[in-house]
Design a protein around this ligand. Structure first.
Ligand code: AMP
Ligand code: GLY
Length: 427
């Protein structure tokens, strides 16, 4: 079968790489892809932007694509699945209406409330004066979230009233996130440890992937501004068997049931970002209607089951309960980024020293291009050096050994990816 993957990040490189190993897949295209997908022997890049929905559909028609898998949230929120399905194409990803679980924080929070799914208490505002008087009433810390998609920048965890006030004014009055921030959700601050819990569903059957944890903050110790994610590992030890069952029972099953009962067509990956507190209580922080980036990279490194077959079955509503097959080893991915990210950074620097793929190491590309025999930087997050090891510590060591040979002008990365899991291993 011919498969099209939409997107250009590390997630899409890892998905396409995994799909290319399936016996069911004869050809695999990535639109637009990156330097990493360009140099994969079995993958072909197609120069169509992931938000050019008409262009993507034309390509699918011309090339008789059998299955399309959507990586990023924007095309999903803009209705790529509806568009493909209307023309009779199998497209793995939720419908436009269902993708509002990620596309609107207000929709997501109201949905959780309707279905009695645990989450932080909240209130929605469009008026900054009312919002500011609410935070003064509630006190700090408090969390301010732009309602719509803001490329991971729409959330402020405010430790003071002045910081909260500034976040409110930025979003509602200065329009820092455009329309996406013309409404805000203000929510209770939650304590605990975060985990990413990702499942695949056809709207009826739910198949959980291995747990993972990402590091959103830019600097060591989870400090500094939030980024798209500076590294991730799988499994996440905070998701014990007990917690795993609890997330399924309290969050995932009621969400899938709730979507069905409200008439939404949800076929795709469903990602719950959850906070686990010291008493192992779970609360939903966010939903994403797609796989995580960089969580995909370590998870795909461990997955042994045929991903193409799973996605195909899901699109045909033929999924049945099954346990996925995993490499028992731990996997860890360290993101290497361009100096200045998540703010301004340079592009076009030549990257040297990327190791060849081996059984226990794979460098997934994100913001890169392949030009005249060179791999060059082309984005903020550039590479995700992903490894397998008998422990998180050993996987981490392997990743940083490889990184010590990779370089470009003004590259940076965190030195402590996986530290919480390693602390747990040591205890
Ligand atoms: P979100 O996009 O909603 O997941 O928020 C981005 C990040 O902000 C999360 O990964 C958390 O680290 C943090 N965050 C979001 N909501 C809360 C909350 N209610 N309490 C504490 N931290 C939060
Ligand atoms: N790593 C977080 C995300 O993909 O949203």
């Amino acid at each position: 079968m011919k498969v099209l993957v939409i997107g250009s990040g590390g997630r899409e490189h890892a998905l396409a790489w995994k799909l290319s190993k399936s016996n069911l897949v004869s050809e695999i295209f990535v639109a637009p892809g990156n330097g990493g997908t360009e140099i994969e022997e079995s993958i072909k890049n197609i120069d169509i932007d992931s938000n050019d929905l008409d262009g993507l559909l034309d390509f699918a028609e011309q090339s008789s694509i059998d299955l399309t898998i959507v990586g990023p949230e924007d095309p999903l929120v803009n209705g790529v699945t509806d568009k493909f399905q209307n023309k009779g194409f199998l497209c793995f990803g939720p419908s436009k209406d269902a993708a509002r679980l990620e596309g609107s924080k207000e929709f997501m929070k109201d949905f959780l409330l309707r279905h009695d799914i645990p989450t932080a208490s909240y209130k929605t505002f469009t008026d900054s004066k009312k919002a500011i008087s609410y935070i003064k009433e509630q006190g700090c810390p408090i969390v301010i979230k732009a309602d719509g998609l803001a490329a991971g920048k729409g959330v402020t965890v405010a430790s003071s009233i002045s910081q909260a006030t500034e976040a409110i004014n930025q979003s509602l009055n200065s329009k820092a996130f455009g329309d996406a921030g013309s409404k805000i959700v203000i929510e209770e601050y939650l304590e605990g440890e975060e985990a990413s819990f990702i499942v695949l569903t056809d709207g009826n059957v739910v198949i959980p992937f291995a747990s993972s944890q990402d590091h959103k903050a830019k600097e060591n110790g989870d400090l500094g501004p939030n980024t798209g994610g500076m590294g991730a590992y799988s499994p996440a030890p905070v998701v014990t068997e007990f917690v795993h069952e609890k997330i399924l029972k309290e969050v995932i099953y009621p969400t899938v049931e709730g979507l069905k009962s409200e008439g939404y067509d949800y076929c795709g990956f469903l990602y719950a970002g959850v906070m686990v507190d010291s008493n192992q209580n779970i609360k939903v922080l966010e939903f994403n209607c797609r796989f995580g980036d960089p969580e995909t990279q370590p998870i795909m490194m461990r997955l042994k089951t045929d991903l193409a077959e799973l996605c195909l079955k899901a699109c045909k509503k033929e999924l049945s309960d099954e346990d996925l097959d995993w490499d028992d080893r731990k996997s860890l991915g360290v993101v290497m980024a361009s100096g200045g990210y998540p703010a301004n950074y340079e592009k076009g620097n030549i990257i040297e020293g990327i190791p060849d793929e081996a059984e226990d190491i794979k460098v997934f590309h994100a913001g890169t291009t392949y030009q005249e025999g060179n791999i060059k930087t082309n984005g903020g997050r550039v590479l995700c050096v992903t490894t397998l090891g008998e422990s998180v510590l050993l996987a981490q060591k392997k990743a940083y050994d490889a990184i010590s040979n990779i370089s470009w002008k003004e590259c940076f990365y965190r030195n402590d990816i996986g530290y919480r899991a390693i602390e747990r291993e040591e205890n």
